[in-house]
Design a protein around this ligand. Structure first.
Ligand code: NAD
Length: 345
């Protein structure tokens, strides 16, 4: 099989995670890096691959089939447009861009160039997420009525040392919520409206200390989501699953899906149903643990990028779909700051 050649644009912390994934897959190679930092130059030298100052010079000076873009969010739009200009298949880290106007431009230009853009929402590749989606969409818990989720933890004090981390743009809504909304959209379908209550009464920075979000989905289900970066607790996706050694595993589920015939805890799947089909609150309700394998989602995402570029698979999350997760997240930020209910088109 021919080796699939990837170029990495932005070799910082998440760029390194993509490199690790590429290294684990046979027949997929990292052949060039675009990043102006001295650290990237050293990395390229240690791997014996060329390092360019920016995306355009890498794409003009090397022969890559696809790119992974892991530059700071404000650069995503420019770097994706450059890659599309060179007619490459693109995997861009989340969020697709910083604004909806930029995201719309990316969607349009990708179609015009006949290129595929994938967005780096890696949670969608976990077998537990795919199985939860099948359970909800096949009606195994009946008609979906409600969702309850939580992402509540305490970030370390050093995290807030840079002034920009105290700004509303670095709060849990704009930093962390997009992953939660994307996985809810993957499992339940689109979000149609969002409202939020917010509090700053711990750190008293511009960014929120805690936020309570209320949601409605296109399928009429309602939802609530609590986020806080100031509250030690065992309830976040990362801790539930043990996705990263940086966030020690608790195994405690952080999201519950509630249907007319049962409930599903997530991401460690536990399906709750009455013993009898027509069970109600007078009947015992029992848990069934559904085991799914734990995988490296970045490896799965990397293999998928190659398969999409070769026309073998359709994108798990394309530019338009990634834009909708951004739209819902920006709507939550607007709802939180303005105290209004925001309806999504
Ligand atoms: N999927 C996830 O769970 C996840 C996790 C962390 C970060 N991210 C996203 O990844 C992106 C990068 O985050 P990070 O934490 O790795 O940032 P980072 O600051 O560690 O890395 C960014 C890199 O981009 C390089 N860079 C800056 N300008 C450039 C340019 N013009 N051309 C090429 N390279 C350039 C920098 O030198 C740096 O090495 C952000 O959009 C972030 O939202 C996603």
């Amino acid at each position: 099989m021919d080796v699939f050649r990837i170029g990495l644009i932005g070799a910082g912390s998440i760029g390194a995670r993509h490199m690790k994934a590429i290294d684990e897959v046979a027949h997929i190679d990292l052949v060039a890096i675009a990043d102006p930092s001295p650290a990237a130059a050293a990395l390229g030298a240690s791997r014996g691959i060329p390092v360019f100052a920016d995306a355009d010079s890498m794409l003009s000076g090397s022969d890559v089939e696809a790119v992974i873009i892991a530059t700071p969010t404000e650069r995503h739009h420019a770097d994706v447009m450059t890659a599309l200009n060179h007619r490459k298949t693109v995997l861009v880290e989340k969020p697709i861009t910083a604004t909806m106007q930029e995201a719309d431009e990316v969607t349009r230009y990708a179609a015009q160039q006949g290129c595929r853009v994938l967005v780096g929402h890696q949670r969608r590749y976990y077998p537990c997420a795919i199985t939860a989606r099948e359970i909800i969409q096949s009606g195994r818990i009946g008609r979906l009525m409600a969702v309850s989720g939580q992402w509540t933890t305490r970030k370390d004090d050093e995290y807030y040392a840079p002034q920009w981390r105290r700004d509303i743009k670095a709060g849990p809504v704009l930093t962390n919520l997009i992953h939660e909304f994307d996985i809810l959209r993957f499992i339940c379908g689109d979000i149609t409206s969002v409202s939020a209550e917010i509090t700053h009464h711990d750190q008293q920075f511009d960014k929120e200390d805690a936020v309570a979000i209320s949601l409605k989905f296109a399928n009429q289900a309602v939802g609530t989501f609590l986020l806080s970066d100031r509250t030690p607790s065992p309830w976040t996706w990362e801790m539930a699953l043990g996705e990263s050694i940086k966030f020690p595993k608790t195994g405690m589920n952080a999201i519950r899906f509630l249907g007319t015939e049962g409930a599903l805890e997530f991401p460690n799947l536990v399906l709750w149903r009455h013993a009898e089909d027509a069970g109600d609150w007078h009947h015992e309700i029992r848990p069934e643990v559904i085991a799914t394998p734990f995988i490296d989602a970045y490896v799965a995402q990397c293999r998928h990028l190659c398969a999409v570029a070769r026309g073998l698979e359709e994108p798990v999350i394309d530019a338009l779909n990634g834009s909708r997760s951004l739209d819902a997240t920006l709507a939550a930020a607007r709802a939180a700051t303005d105290g209004t209910r925001v309806t999504l088109s």
